[in-house]
Design a protein around this ligand. Sequence first.
Ligand code: CP
Length: 310
Amino acid sequence: MSELSVNHLLGIKYITKADIDLIFETADHFKEIINRPIKKVPSLRDITIANLFFENSTRTKLSFELAEKRLSADVINFSAGASSVKKGETLIDTVNNILSMKVDMVVMRHPNPGAGVFLSKNIKASIVNAGDGAHEHPTQALLDSYSISKKLGDVGGKKVVIVGDILHSRVALSNIFALKLLGAEVKVCGPKTLMPKYIESMGVEVELNLRKALEWCDVANMLRVQNERMDISYFPSTREYTQQYGLNKELLDSLNKEIVIMHPGPINRGVEITSDVADSGQSIILNQVENGVAIRMAVIYLLASKIKQQ
Ligand code: CP
């Protein structure tokens, strides 16, 4: 297969294993290019991309922008805080105004779940979901699985535990879809109050005890508690959360094996993970960020190839 089965990347649940394999193969090629002295290719000189961020971001926004520029696309950036959204403009009006400027692709982060799907049904441009509320964050899941495959040789057959605020996490949901498609075994670990009711129906086991989860896994993906999505308290205090679900060096060193530590960022150092773990040799957190550029180049390149065929 040399093309994606979809015209948009709205979530991992809409793509196939063959799509992921193609994205990873393409990312391998771009990873090699971005490590050369001249890191840029002319592939997308005829493509214009708008990055629309209606919610804060550091990694995803910079990573997409760099990926687009490495592919020589024309790039425009939009942040809701400094826009006419503040004056009451609707999402469709905002996006249609941007599309009038002859934009081919929209990369969008939005606080509302389903915002990308809504846009794909209402405008003529290829949409990439850069995170929609607590729904999906597909490029994060792709770069996470890709980073596991680079570190351990394969994702299939590996045991991965996702730890923390599963209920509010688009990273958890997209990771579960991607890891299961690629044949990994997946557990989730965290307070019962932060476990969605449907989680076991996704073929994922719940383990409430962090030590047991770490003893079982090859890889632990530590998530941030999404305080901005909580309107009530889901655990007594941050201190108690850290005592039960925080990963520190003493716990890591007490396991009788080496596991791989991941985190999508931003990190709350000292809450879900201590600094000495985040910065340890077992952590691949910065490799995830580096791989993110190659993965986003691959996604944009493959979607743009489909636009060019239309
Ligand atoms: N991982 C991630 O989505 O980080 P940002 O919110 O900084 O983009």
